[in-house]
Design a protein around this ligand. Structure first.
Ligand code: SF4
Ligand code: MG
Length: 320
């Protein structure tokens, strides 16, 4: 069936520096689908371009090139307040830091009511509150947990549940969740991921769930794409994360001392989203790859369909 969201050869370049002279390619020719009724996991280290992809799908950024389609229609056609609202009825976001996504000075219930008033303006307050009550139950809380409370009165996990509820209120077809559990208590991560799985099954909502933890991504996802420096290096069913083919995914799976701290801290710009001029012509992973060959420096690997996954690596071609 036709995907709900399709990215076609999408790139995003940021210009940085005083004169905008430094060009950063955060997303590099990404093709990806979010299909009906699935959870697509988007796995990558920070700086791999995964949050940029979320923001592109949520129309916070525009692609530098390529297209993003919602049910076959270019999402750039959804413009102006009316067009955006129409789009956000279908596609909602959940973000990493729930405290940053609620106004600290407003009671959470009032925020949820505002969403309902905005999207369902003729509904009575009584009906609005009933809808909110039902929605809050879907994320494992009840109206009495919420009444009168401000964001800081909730734990991170509770508030993240409420930001999922806020997204659900508009009855979207797709939710893009950018690192939805990375800031919540480790002991409640699985519970929150289970909410996504339940919603997929009971409401038929599709999800893209972005994360950097291979185990959690494998747990929650039906299909996965693995991103490295803005490029998809491997994709397939979630099982590929148990037996990955790409040397980068293999590295993540072994959780080799993942990345040293120095790497982590400079990554967002210098490692993750590599400067345009610094990009070699070969494989994007060549400098870290334990299996690099001559051809890897000279020529960009194509995507190879191995039957199990699609992998961007010379190891899986006859040609080298
Ligand atoms: Fe490693 Fe070469 Fe494969 Fe790139 S193409 S991941 S450098 S073996
Ligand atoms: Mg991020």
């Amino acid at each position: 069936s036709e995907p709900i969201i399709r990215l076609e050869n999408v790139s995003k370049i940021f210009k940085l520096g005083l004169l905008g002279k430094t060009m950063i390619k955060a997303v590099d020719r990404v093709n990806m689908d979010i299909r009906e009724g699935e959870i697509l996991g988007i796995l990558g280290e920070s700086g791999s371009g995964k949050s940029t992809i979320a923001r592109l799908i949520l129309k916070i950024y525009e692609p530098t090139s390529g297209r993003i389609l919602y049910r076959g229609r270019d999402i750039k056609e959804y413009r102006g307040s009316k067009g955006l609202k129409e789009y956000y009825r279908k596609v909602q976001g959940v973000f990493q830091d729930p405290y940053a996504s609620f106004n600290p000075r407003r009671r959470v219930l009032d925020v949820l009511r505002d969403v309902m008033k905005n999207y369902y303006p003729i509904t009575s307050l009584q009906d609005i509150d009933r809808e909110i009550g039902l929605t809050i139950e879907k994320v494992g809380l009840s109206m009495s947990d919420v009444i009168g409370k401000y964001p800081h009165e909730f734990s991170g996990g509770q508030l993240q549940r409420l930001s999922i509820a806020r997204a659900l209120l508009v009855k979207p077809e797709v939710i893009i969740a950018d690192e939805p559990v990375s800031m919540v208590d480790a002991s409640t991560r699985i519970d929150i991921l289970n909410i996504f799985i339940d919603l997929k099954e009971s409401e038929g909502i599709s999800f893209a769930i972005i994360g950097h933890d291979l185990g959690l991504t494998r747990y929650v996802s039906d299909r996965v794409v693995v991103l490295y420096r803005g490029q998809i290096v491997e994709e397939g069913s979630a099982e590929i994360l148990s037996e990955p083919l790409h040397p980068y995914t293999q590295m993540l799976a072994k959780s080799i001392p993942r990345i040293d701290k120095k790497w982590e801290s400079k990554l967002e710009y210098s490692v993750g989203s590599i400067e345009l001029g610094a990009r070699g012509i070969g494989c994007i992973f060549v400098d870290r790859c334990p299996q690099a060959m001559d051809i890897c420096r000279r020529q960009e690997p194509p995507y190879i369909d191995t039957g199990k996954s699609r992998v961007k690596c010379w190891l899986y071609t006859e040609k080298h």
